[in-house]
Write a protein that binds this ligand. Structure first.
Ligand SMILES: [Cu+2]
Length: 97
């Protein structure tokens, strides 16, 4: 199976493309900060519809790509964000205040 040698390279390239397009597709969603949990690196957001996750408006907690973002957030704050499912967990991958 000579061609097997190239499989890891092809898989890595495909993952890079897939990850890039997923982030590009994720539209910004309106959210309001309900709770910040720095210990768990999570933020609870009351959010609008998240089309890329096929999710209706609700209040729920998210992980964040960068825990430093939590230091600039407080309950009651209005934000715009993009979320993705990363490693099976809903994660804020982009955040704008
Ligand atoms: Cu939700």
């Amino acid at each position: 199976m000579k061609s097997m040698r190239f499989l890891p390279l092809v898989t890595a390239a495909w993952l890079a493309v897939a990850a890039g397009s997923a982030v590009a597709q994720a539209a910004l969603v309106d959210g309001e900060v309900m709770k910040v949990d720095k210990g768990a690196a999570k933020v609870t957001l009351k959010h609008g519809e998240i089309k890329n996750l096929d999710m209706p408006p609700m209040t729920m907690s998210f992980r964040v790509s960068d825990p430093k973002w939590l230091e600039q957030l407080a309950a009651g704050q209005k934000v715009k964000f993009a979320a993705e499912k990363v490693g099976g967990q809903y994660t804020v991958v982009r955040l704008e205040k």
